[in-house]
Structure formats: C-alpha cells, structure tokens
Design a protein around this ligand. Structure first.
Ligand SMILES: *Cc1c(COP(=O)(O)O)cnc(C)c1O
Length: 400
C-alpha cells in the first residue's frame, strides 16, 4: 500500500507518484508472454519519459521506442543500449535523422517516401548505410478513441502496402540504406484483439511477399497500444496478445519487437491533488482542487475517465465536477463523479495517471509542473523536483 497521505504531506501537491514495483510486474508479464521467441520490448518513452522511469525499464532489459531525438538522448542517458533503441514518428527533422544515424541506434522507422529520401541523402553525406524499418498503415480500424487511432488511411501515420513495397525495393538497391525491419502500430488503448491480429496478418503477408523477392527483414515490429483498465474495460491479456502475433507470423523466423507504453506505466501512476474548496452554482456541485489540466490533460483532451479516490472519506457520495484552477471550462479531472462532501486540504488520488500524464503537462497559467516521486520496495524518492517560478521564466528575455 502506498502511503498517499504521508507522501502528500512530505512532498506537497499536486504530485505524481509512480509505483516502480508495479511497473516491473507489467514489464515481466509481457516479457513472459513472448518467452521462447526472439523478442525485444522497447518501452515507448513518450508514455512517461522521466529518466528514472526509463532507467528502471533499461535495468529490466528493455529497449526504447523514441519519437524525437530528445527521447533518443533520454534513452541513451538512462542506459538503454543503442542496439535496442528505435526512432519512430511521422516527421523527423534533418538534424534529428543525422544524430540518430550517428548514434548508431537499431533502426529508424520511416513513415513516408519523402522521409526515405531524406534518410538516404543524409546517410550518403555521412558515408554510411542507415538501418531502417518501414511503418505500414494496414487501414484497420482499431476501435479506440479517434484521437489515438493511427492505423487507418485517414490517420497521418505510416504508408500503404504498395508504397511500402516500393520503398523496400528502393532500399535494396541503395548503397546508403539497410532495411532491417517492418513496423505497424494501429492505435493506443486497444482493448480488442481482432484488429491487432488482422493488422499483423496483413503485415506478415507483406513480409512474405518481400521474402519472395529476396528482401529479408530481421525485425517484425508490432508497435504498442495494449490497453489498460481505467474503469471497467475488458483488456487483452499478454498471453492472448502474444499468441495472436505468433499466429499471424506462422513460424516466420523474425525477432518480434513490441513497443508498450501505457501498458507498462498507466496503472502504476497516481496523481495526488488537494481540495481547495467545494462550491455550488445553482444545482451544480463543484470540487475545486489544486491540480489542473496543465498537470493531467487526458480528461480535457479525450474525455478520459480516471478513477478518483477520496482518501479517508466515507460519507455518502454524490455527483460532482472535479475542476482545477486553470481559466478554461475544459479544465476538469472528472465530471459528474460520485464523491463525498469534501473540505479544504482533503486529498484526492487520481488513479491510472502513470502514462500520458506528467509528459503531456504544460506551464499554462504559469503553473509549475508537479514533482514526481518513485516508490520502490516501500521507499519513496524524488525523481523530479517541483518546478519553481524561476524555472518557468528562466528562458525569457528583455523583460526589464
Ligand atoms: C505511442 C506509441 C507507442 C506506445 O503506445 P501505447 O498505447 O502507450 O502502448 C508505441 N509505438 C509508437 C510508434 C507510438 O507512437
């Protein structure tokens, strides 16, 4: 049991708390599902990019899936071996491509023919062969929130099958490209296995047709997206997930790469916030708290549900909007959520906040970002200090 009240007392609120033991359990359950197969779990750094979190996974043998050169640098700093680092994302600047090639990471995931040309040109300048993989858009509806669907032609991600084929053939004939992998990632918070299986079949078929023309790839990169339980969702078990992928591959000898983000960190994270006061506007009840959309934007952005626990409160719960101090009507952590009567300084714990929480934060309304705390083997330690006002204005000029 994490001592939320004591942590809030010691470190103040709003506060992010991560259960490192729970993260480890999630990692190991997924690793176990692919046991006996050549596989790499490459933690999707964007889910929670704190260096200590990345380091925690690196020590368990994780790789890193990065979507900016900044994330690649974080992964290297946190001790992820370069041969387990991937660089994905729909738009990469030339300087990012150059640095990724020079860092000698496992491969760059390409998402367009334009990007293939840029990588080839930069590798040529550097006089090297760049390792690449191509993200295929299999045009499968992942049945998730439209903002986190990525595997439909309507989404900006990846290339269609025919374009992917052209790109592999181009790479085969290039002195500066070494195609080593194939990639798909159809969306996030996936709770249905069927679309994942269908996408895997489509991409495995492409892999076979490439083999038939002497293009041999080593890595079958199935992306991330495994959903977690926020409320009452039924989720995919690691075992069923792995079996579906293996079923689609039907014995093709490749190393499977999986890029889990949310699955590893979401339910290991908690966002602690204190009640400032209750108020009533007509019939409508509000609890105003010290945490806001700049700390945790998922409710505002996706209408996401997070379970909220009123620590030590037992009186009857009635529906309330839990809102922050930010000057936006979209600033809420929950709507019509059943909570007991709350008083000044009561503590709320927002659950499932370990993925896309802190990392999506901002300084909107000149609010410093929360501190981040790791709890491991019953011990708490600070892994990021609370931002001060001085931190927020440090880069501003000419104000005197
Ligand atoms: C975001 C992302 C992931 C991780 O997604 P989760 O839903 O957090 O598992 C994996 N791969 C790519 C390419 C991504 O963009």
């Amino acid at each position: 049991m994490i001592q939320f009240q004591a942590l809030a007392q010691t470190y103040g609120t709003p506060l992010y708390v991560y259960d490192f033991d729970a993260m480890k359990e999630q990692f190991e359950s997924l690793k176990e599902a692919f046991r006996g197969r050549k596989s790499i779990l490459a933690y999707a750094v964007k889910a929670n990019s704190n260096l200590s979190v990345i380091k925690h996974f690196a020590q368990l043998g994780s790789g890193a899936d990065c979507v900016s050169i900044g994330e690649v640098r974080r992964a290297l700093m946190a001790g992820v071996p370069k041969y387990r680092i991937l660089f994905s994302g729909v738009g990469k600047r030339d300087d990012e491509i150059r640095e990724a090639i020079q860092s000698d990471i496992l491969y760059i995931n390409l998402e367009s023919e334009g990007e293939l040309s840029r990588v080839e040109a930069i590798a040529k300048e550097l006089g090297v062969k760049a390792r690449i993989s191509i993200r295929v858009n299999p045009n499968i509806d992942p049945q998730t929130h439209p903002y986190i669907s990525t595997g439909l032609h309507d989404n900006k991600f990846g290339v269609e099958i025919d374009a992917a084929k052209r790109m592999y053939i181009h790479a085969k004939n290039s002195d500066n490209l070494d195609a080593v992998g194939i990639h798909f990632h159809i969306g996030s918070q996936l709770t249905q296995l069927e679309p994942i299986y269908e996408a895997a079949v489509i991409v495995a078929d492409l892999l076979r047709s490439l083999q038939a023309i002497d293009i041999e790839l080593k890595f079958f990169d199935i992306g991330g997206g495994l959903g977690v339980r926020y409320n009452d969702e039924t989720t995919i078990t690691p075992y069923d997930y792995a079996q579906a992928i293996l079923g689609a591959l039907k014995g093709i000898d490749v190393t499977i790469i999986c890029e889990p983000g949310r699955f590893l960190t979401a339910n290991a994270g908690y966002f602690l916030t204190k009640v400032l006061y209750e108020k009533q506007n007509g019939a409508k009840r509000f609890v105003v708290v010290d945490g806001a959309m700049n700390d945790l934007i998922r409710p505002s952005l996706y209408n996401a549900y997070h379970r909220i626990e009123a620590v030590g409160k037992t009186s009857e719960a009635t529906p309330v909007d839990v809102v922050g101090p930010v000057c936006e009507s979209g600033d809420f952590l929950a709507k019509n959520y059943p909570l007991p009567a709350m008083e000044h300084n009561d503590l709320l714990v927002v659950h499932s906040a370990g993925a896309y929480g802190f990392g999506m934060g901002s300084n909107y309304n000149t609010r410093g970002r929360s501190a981040e705390i790791a709890v491991e083997n019953g011990e708490a330690r600070i892994i990021r200090a609370r931002e001060t006002f001085e931190d927020l204005i440090a880069l501003e000029r000419e104000y005197l």
